[in-house]
Design a protein around this ligand. Structure first.
Ligand code: SF4
Length: 285
């Protein structure tokens, strides 16, 4: 039976994007191809906030006991190898058992499944098929992959997801969503590594796909425009969201309104981060 290395598995309200406000199970897988140490930092600088935490990692027994950070990747422990011992390898059966424990009716009803990371399409595509084939997953109707948009789908997984959409007796693009948070230069990642229009256009062949750019200032918004033009040029047709940077409330509230205005001015969508005002972005939210 397949196993997946799981950083977090919890039930909450989706705070971002298309399913904002929808009760959702979050499956946060371990591993990412990026570090995004530039978030929240002056241009060209990289955060080292996590270094102090890594030095005392032995003091933490659980992922959810780790401190939150205000710069860099806010889910650092879902990919940084120094925290890997806090993320167990779980079988499909164990994952499904846990899901059935945490959803209100012990079966899928209106809840949607968010497969996030780290980068969830990096290493577990084969294992997801095993998970979704489980008998208790057959009533699941809506899945979102929260991805950075750099990982190609294998032919096998792409075919599987196409069938999954039809099996659920829905128009294929309705139940399957790719929420693509493409990384702009403010993340600290290079443009060449992060902006992969051909990969995202491929997602759009089998699921509802949108771009979500995390921005803090005018330069970021200009970068988002440049990136959106590249995706459009490659044939991408889905919507574009702007979302304010900020895993902690003090950072987030500073620019939320300006980001909303910038989205409106371009005919783009605005995504909030409901988990910040509602839950302070604590682990498990
Ligand atoms: S792509 Fe996402 S999970 Fe990976 S380092 Fe960047 S913000 Fe963190």
């Amino acid at each position: 039976m397949s196993k997946i290395k799981i950083a977090e598995l919890f039930y909450s309200i989706q705070g971002e994007g298309r399913y904002m406000g929808v009760p959702s199970v979050f499956l946060r897988t371990f591993g990412c191809n990026f570090k995004c140490a530039g978030f929240g930092m002056p241009r060209g600088e990289l955060s080292n906030e996590v270094e102090d935490i890594a030095e005392v990692v032995h003091m933490f027994n659980k992922y959810e006991d780790l401190p939150l950070v205000s710069t860099g990747c806010d889910s650092y422990a879902s990919w940084d190898p120094r925290f890997k011992n806090l993320s167990p390898m779980l079988t499909s059966d164990a994952i499904v058992d846990r899901i059935m424990e945490i959803i209100p009716h012990k079966e899928w009803r209106d809840e949607h499944l968010v497969i996030t990371g780290g980068e969830p399409l990096l290493g577990w595509q084969r294992a997801y098929m095993d998970l979704l084939n489980h008998a208790s997953m057959q009533n699941l109707a809506e899945i979102t992959f929260e991805t950075n948009g750099t990982q190609t789908l294998t032919t096998e997984f792409k075919d599987y997801l196409k069938d999954w959409g039809y099996k659920n007796d829905r128009s294929w693009c309705q139940g399957l969503t790719f929420s693509v948070s493409a990384k702009l230069p403010c993340s600290g990642e290079s443009w060449e590594d992060a902006i992969k229009p051909e990969v995202v256009c491929d997602y759009e062949q089998i699921g509802y796909t949108y771009l979500k750019f995390v921005v803090a200032n005018e330069q970021d918004i200009a970068d988002a425009e440049r990136a959106a033009a590249v995706y459009r040029g490659a044939g991408f047709e889905g919507p574009v969201y702007l979302m304010p940077v900020g895993g902690v409330e003090s950072v987030y509230t500073l620019n939320a309104k300006n980001v909303a205005l910038a989205a409106m001015a371009r005919g783009w969508r605005y995504s909030d981060r409901l988990q910040v005002p509602l839950f302070k972005n604590e682990w498990g939210t």
